[in-house]
Design a protein around this ligand. Structure first.
Ligand SMILES: *Cc1c(COP(=O)(O)O)cnc(C)c1O
Length: 358
């Protein structure tokens, strides 16, 4: 039996995707082996690879001005590669610090060159207003984090960075709704939240932005190397890319990104409604306008009740809701694959738990 999985990442994948992977595991389309055992230079994998690339372009509506790169190394490696490419001597970069992950990105960049905070919303219960953002018009780039996975906040409208290239870490809300890709010089996302298993990182980057960038770096660390080789410079994370292809097909079958947006808004609204319906029992520390549709955080009246909540939820088949250690409380992750029916079960559990313990 499948459990109701609200993990923050790695996280739930669509059941039909897992079933398809299971069917194809011993014998991928009559080849007598799994896709994992195929050469990354063979025709079976080549078809998977290019299908994943073109599906991603189609689903996300990536304009021809941008490359799609399939890399490994996770979000952390992008924290370093971004400044290594674009933070050239004499330049500084602007970081908008809205949570623990933007702090990490900032710290990695600090070890590469000159960076400054364009805003800092610590303790991270909100998203900065446009008037709080002090951008340096000469910055090499502006770095933002679209969804703050640990704290449960999310940008509802992206800031205007003017002529300065906008780089965004979209790891925890990639593909959650239609996205204006042309407004970004570079988007990166570790796959294990919304689009597949761990081991794969997607980068969507403007072609003219990476042309010649990072010429001082070894070839294996340069974006351009992977762009020229269609992400087959070396062995890519083949199984994770195969899984992402299946998730993208599932996304398309469910109405693409407009379908995901409707699905995600509905799930999040149901959960926030359950929290707001018991204001003396459940408390969401996030400013209402900043509430994330992907990671919903809330507290109970005491830590003892929080522990009881988690253990009774587990017994009822609801798992993965313990908040990040830096924040505490509950965190329910509602990434694309999480079924609306799972949220209905959770909401019924929360209503009953509040009545019983209030
Ligand atoms: C999970 C996450 C990361 C870290 O990704 P790793 O693949 O573990 O390095 C970075 N940024 C955000 C916003 C995340 O949610």
């Amino acid at each position: 039996m499948r459990i109701h999985n609200f993990n923050a990442g790695p996280a739930a994948l669509p059941t039909t995707v897992l079933e398809r992977a299971q069917q194809e595991l011993m014998d991928y389309r009559g080849s007598g082996m799994s896709i994992m055992e195929h050469s990354h230079r063979g025709k079976e994998y080549d078809e998977v690879h290019h299908a994943a690339l073109s599906l991603l372009r189609e689903v996300l509506a990536v304009p021809s001005t941008h490359h799609v790169l399939l890399l490994s190394g996770g979000g952390h490696t992008q924290f370093a590669l971004v400044p290594m490419h674009f933070l050239t001597a004499g330049k500084s970069a602007d970081y908008v610090i809205t949570g623990g992950w933007s702090e990490k990105a900032f710290d990695e960049a600090k070890s590469v060159g000159s960076v400054r905070e364009a805003a800092n919303t610590k303790p991270f219960t909100r998203i900065p207003a446009a008037s709080e953002l002090s951008f340096d018009a000469k910055a090499a780039y502006v770095h933002t984090t679209s969804n703050n996975t640990l704290e449960g906040t999310q940008w509802q409208a992206f800031p205007d960075t003017g002529a300065v290239p906008h780089i965004c870490d979209m790891s925890s809300d990639f593909l959650w709704r239609p996205t204006p890709v042309d407004r970004f010089a570079l988007i990166y996302a570790a796959a294990q939240k919304n689009v597949g298993p761990s081991g794969l990182t997607v980068v969507v980057v403007r072609k003219d932005f990476i042309a010649g960038a990072g010429a001082h770096l070894p070839p294996s660390l340069r974006y351009e190397t992977y762009a020229k080789a269609e992400s087959l410079y070396n062995t890519p994370p083949t199984f994770a890319i195969y899984m992402m292809r299946l998730v993208l097909e599932w996304t398309k079958q469910h109405g693409g990104l407009a379908g995901m947006e409707a699905r995600n808004e509905k799930k999040a609204a149901a959960l926030y409604r359950a929290i707001d319906a018991a204001p003396h029992f459940y408390r969401c520390p996030v400013e209402p306008a900043a509430r994330s549709r992907m990671n919903v955080v809330f507290r109970l009246p005491s830590e003892a009740l929080e522990e009881r909540f988690l253990s009774e939820a587990k017994a009822a088949g609801l798992v993965g809701m313990k908040g990040h250690r830096s924040v505490g409380g509950m965190r329910v992750s509602l990434y694309n694959p999480v079924e609306p029916a799972s949220v209905d079960v959770l909401v019924a559990f929360m209503d009953a738990f509040a009545k019983k313990n209030a």
